[in-house]
Design a protein around this ligand. Structure first.
Ligand SMILES: CC(C)=CCC/C(C)=C/CC/C(C)=C/CC/C(C)=C/CC/C(C)=C/CC/C(C)=C/CC/C(C)=C/COP(=O)(O)OP(=O)(O)O
Ligand SMILES: O=P(O)(O)OC[C@@H](O)CO
Ligand SMILES: [Mg+2]
Length: 231
């Protein structure tokens, strides 16, 4: 799994709780992006996850589920990303939900397909920050320390800097990237133009584009080349 993810430069994140037409989905899947992540922080159900997965499955690109609700874990994805919110104030989002999932469904879990992501949630006014009670007011030193704790103590293979809904601080993303030795750095949040996509591509290993798909599809599609051309 991690070897596959390490190849990804650009990824679209599609939200099960949002409508996307067949035509728009076709353009997203044929855009040249490296993969699709299916995920969102609210309104996620088994049915809307099956529905979106089966529509994406008509295409050849990798498709993984980012698990945010235990009731909506659907078999058939290429892999399962398991978020661990490092700066959550409620431990349920760090390990509590995970413990419950394993206690209930451990015998069913295809462990080879699961990969943990150490999330650092940095946009205070986002659903995920409110839901997890994330401490988003972090100094550079504090954010770097979270990333290093995740990489060096917990041995998490992925650090995800999550600014969902707003464009983040690229200097901070770059600072964290420079301090990581092995972990793969994913950036997501507020990418709505080629310029922003390129800036994020310069400081992160993988760039995730989400919301703009639903408000300006062409701008979303243009981010693919912007990321891929960036060195
Ligand atoms: C065969 C098979 C697949 C069997 C299933 C076995 C099984 C049950 C496996 C599960 C194992 C496991 C350990 C599951 C973990 C369960 C769980 C619920 C963990 C909690 C995850 C977590 C911390 C969620 C918090 C929210 C979060 C970080 C979500 C990630 C996605 C995200 C941030 C989206 C952004 O949200 P969006 O809606 O786009 O936000 P905006 O409104 O701002 O756009
Ligand atoms: O929706 P946007 O703001 O592009 O963020 C992408 C992704 O990081 C959300 O989890
Ligand atoms: Mg979203």
């Amino acid at each position: 799994m991690i070897d596959m993810i390490k190849q990804w430069r650009h990824v679209f994140k599609l939200d099960q709780d949002r409508e996307i037409s067949d035509d728009a989905l076709d353009k997203v899947c044929m855009s040249g992006t490296d993969a699709i992540i299916v995920g969102g922080s609210s309104g996620i159900t088994y049915d809307n996850t099956v529905d979106l997965m089966s529509r994406i499955r008509r295409y050849e690109l990798p498709c993984v589920l980012e698990v945010s609700d235990l009731e909506a874990v659907v078999p058939g994805f290429d892999g399962y990303l398991i978020p661990i919110v490092l700066n959550a104030t409620d431990s349920k989002w760090m390990i509590g939900q995970h413990q419950q999932a394993i206690e209930r469904y451990g015998y069913l879990i295809p462990w080879d397909l699961l990969i943990a992501e150490g999330y650092i949630v940095l946009h205070a006014n986002s659903t995920v920050a409110r839901m997890t009670g994330a401490d988003t007011e972090l100094t550079t030193e504090a954010a770097v320390a979270y990333a290093q704790a995740a990489e060096r103590l917990l041995h998490l293979p992925i650090i995800y800097m999550e600014y969902s809904g707003t464009f983040g601080n690229m200097e901070l993303v770059g600072d964290i990237h420079r301090q990581l030795d092995r972990a793969h750095l994913i950036y997501g949040g507020g990418i709505d133009s080629c310029e922003r996509a390129e800036q994020a591509a310069q400081v992160a290993d993988t760039v995730v584009v989400g919301n703009i798909i639903y408000s300006d599809l062409q701008k979303a599609l243009d981010t693919v080349q912007a990321v891929k051309q960036s060195v």
